[in-house]
Design a protein around this ligand. Sequence first.
Ligand code: ATP
Ligand code: LTN
Length: 334
Amino acid sequence: MTKPRLFSGMQPSADSLQIGNYIGALMQWRGMQDDYDAFFTVVDLHAITVPQDPAQLREKTRRTAAQYIAAGVEPSRSTLYVQSQVPAHAELAWILSTITGFGEAGRMTQFKDKSQRYGADQASVGLFTYPVLMAADILLFQAEAVPVGDDQKQHVELTRNLAERFNSRFGETFVVPTPVIQGETARIYDLQDPTSKMSKSAESQAGVLYLLDDINATAKKVMRAVTDSEGVVRYDRAEKPGVSNLLTIYAALTGREISSIEDEYAGRGYGDFKKGLRDVIVAEFEPVRARALELLEDPAELDRVLSANAERASEAAEQTLATVYERVGLLRRG
Ligand code: ATP
Ligand code: LTN
């Protein structure tokens, strides 16, 4: 029996991924490879929607791919490739942009946040149409499942709407995908500002736990995480965002219930709790970091693996694109 398709991706927007990417995405990806025909992409075309230095972008693209592999994505089993190496992404995005409403795209909260961050004059049209490219990524592969963090739910909703709209206008063409989201507990916040989502391209790195950081630096960041003055290890997102965020990380990495961690630390201070969490994170990150750095020592081999996988992805993508061109009425080259 053929396995259902899965698609997901991350932007090469930093030298290292952060723990939110690991918990919100990579851990799920790793676990779903057995049951799905999975495509994992480094979405470099998305990354250039905000300014990037060309040499650094190439380097970040390799580093992101290496971290996928180090975290357990297996390029012999899943298709791990770089988005720009498969031109069908950009081609389908154009077609989908013609059935996307201007207002519909304008309601995307990530666009609103990012355009505010860069200033309305600096925000590009590419940033505005970012979700349309994301829809193209997913629909090209007829993916049923899209494992993402909770912040990407709105984009997958848009993808569903575009798939349904295309299907009803031009005939059944796309599988309508379903987001696979762990729920609110899967959202990780900045350790210094626990009401903002942790983000790998954050301005201040003090509250971001990077996978490739030196282990001592990671340990220090955990010990310095913002908490509160109550002194009780208890989950309460509204009143205790700092401690709740640390509990979420602890539970996600160990697979334990939050209540069992609260019980373990009952009557003990935040110092003990943070030390426990620090040990959990260090044990999780150490092998991933070592493997990623090892892979990066041989960039030519990494590039070879990525190219071979892009070849595989192209074959699947071209099939969908041919059908789409046909349905839309574009005259194909003979
Ligand atoms: P950027 O700062 O470039 O926007 P990011 O760190 O927010 O990057 P993305 O590349 O946008 O990460 O996202 C990659 C994947 O990681 C997505 O599936 C996203 O939902 C997930 N993710 C990102 N940040 C978090 C977070 N703080 N908590 C949970 N999941 C997250
Ligand atoms: N927009 C996503 C990255 C992304 C993606 C995708 C995720 C681009 N294309 C397709 C899932 C499926 C983000 O910013 N995290």
